[in-house]
Design a protein around this ligand. Structure first.
Ligand code: NAP
Length: 348
């Protein structure tokens, strides 16, 4: 199989760099363009990008010139790692020009005809792309991944929804610095501190989760009717978002039953076979002090959701802690997996 040409928009940022790292030697995709802002256009990626990831920048990227973020790039598939305000105009322009956009930005996540995907959770929602192309008269398309805090949270809820039904949820996040991009929150604000406000984050976590746990209907998704109360906080952790979850089920379940359901969770076969899918979607830790970002965020190459401290709750039914890597599963890795899914389903 010849590799498909892909571009990364906003390739110099925190998420863009993860794309470059994860696309190195990708079996299906080959990077033909990296884009940036006026700050970096025309420079080589090696000159324009301050590489912040462990390991070296790949040689093929180092010498590539940073292009303008404009349709017409030599790439069928476009991974978007630009801000939501830019994405609002830029992503539809790419889709109209025939590019298949896989976006990390929030601009189109809640649009009725745009799939908001976590392959292990709602692979069937990807078929919305057919409606989207018809309604918008695009030869390309836009599919998105969700907010990085909603990612692990939603993966953990999917098997519980199927087994016990979900009634109400209360959640508190502890989110890593890299979630704010690079350079992100000033060190003087975040070191020795917790910031109990991340603009727009609580609303995204609440509404995006309900869309992803919702049901595919002709041309749209019927969101799950699930009250979620989310508190989101920025903490001095580099990578990895932790969420403490308290949940009420339709059918009460014991910690042993919840653990068994989480451990047994398997995505559909088409998802399990994608190059970026981890061997295990969910890993449940039995130690009382896990998961921890430093110890557990690299599980499954940053694509596995790690859960621990499953226990009963005296107010609702149960509580647990969930950890997910925000720039891998919650951003670039998840977006790559979405493109692989849409390719495997014959949608792009
Ligand atoms: P970031 O580190 O601030 O990077 C922003 C990127 O956008 C840079 O490559 C920058 O290029 C580029 N850019 C800025 N202005 C531009 C312009 N006018 N035209 C074209 N490109 C421009 O941000 P990030 O954290 O990577 O986030 C990227 C997107 O992913 C955002 O929508 C964010 O909400 C979303 N997201 C982030 C995470 C995360 O964990 N960080 C997780 C999920 C989703 P230059 O360097 O050339 O200026």
């Amino acid at each position: 199989m010849s590799k498909r040409k892909v571009a990364v928009l906003g390739a110099t940022g925190a998420v863009g760099q993860r794309f470059v790292q994860l696309l190195h030697n990708h079996p299906w995709f080959e990077v033909t363009a990296l884009t940036g802002s006026d700050r970096t256009i025309g420079q080589t990626y090696g000159e324009g990008c301050r590489w912040i990831l462990p390991g070296d920048m790949p040689d093929w990227a180092r010498t590539m010139r940073v292009s303008e973020t404009e349709p017409g790039l030599d790439a069928e598939i476009v991974f978007s790692a630009i801000s939501a305000d830019l994405a609002r105009d830029i992503e539809p322009a790419f889709a109209a020009a025939g590019h298949h956009v896989f976006s990390n930005a929030s601009a189109y996540r809640m649009a009725a005809d745009v799939p908001l995907l976590i392959p292990e959770v709602n692979a069937d929602h990807a078929t919305l792309l057919t409606t989207q192309r018809r309604v918008r008269n695009w030869s390309g398309s836009i599919a998105t991944n969700c907010n990085c805090t909603a990612t692990g949270f939603t993966v953990s809820l999917k098997p519980l929804q199927a087994a016990f039904g979900l009634r109400r949820i209360f959640a508190v996040s502890m989110q890593a610095a890299s979630g704010a991009g690079y350079p992100g929150v000033p060190a003087m604000d975040l070191t020795d501190n917790v910031i109990p406000y991340i603009s727009g984050e609580e609303e995204k976590m609440e509404r995006e989760t309900c869309k992803m746990l919702g049901a595919l209907q002709p041309g749209h998704i019927e969101p799950a009717l699930l009250p979620i109360s989310a508190h989101t906080n920025r903490v001095p952790v580099l990578d990895g978002h932790t969420v403490c979850v308290t949940v009420e089920f339709d059918t009460p379940a014991t910690p042993a039953e919840i653990t068994a359901v989480l451990q047994a969770f398997k995505p559909p076969a088409i998802v399990a076979s994608l190059p970026s899918s981890p061997a295990r979607t969910i890993e449940v830790r039995s130690e009382p002090s896990r998961p921890q970002p430093r110890l557990d965020r690299e599980a499954g190459g940053g694509m596995t959701t790690v859960i621990g401290r499953v226990r009963t709750d005296s107010v609702l039914h149960a509580r647990y802690v969930v950890l997910s890597h925000n720039t891998i599963k919650g951003a670039a890795g998840g977006s790559l997996q979405n493109a692989e899914l849409c390719q495997a389903m014959g949608l792009i």
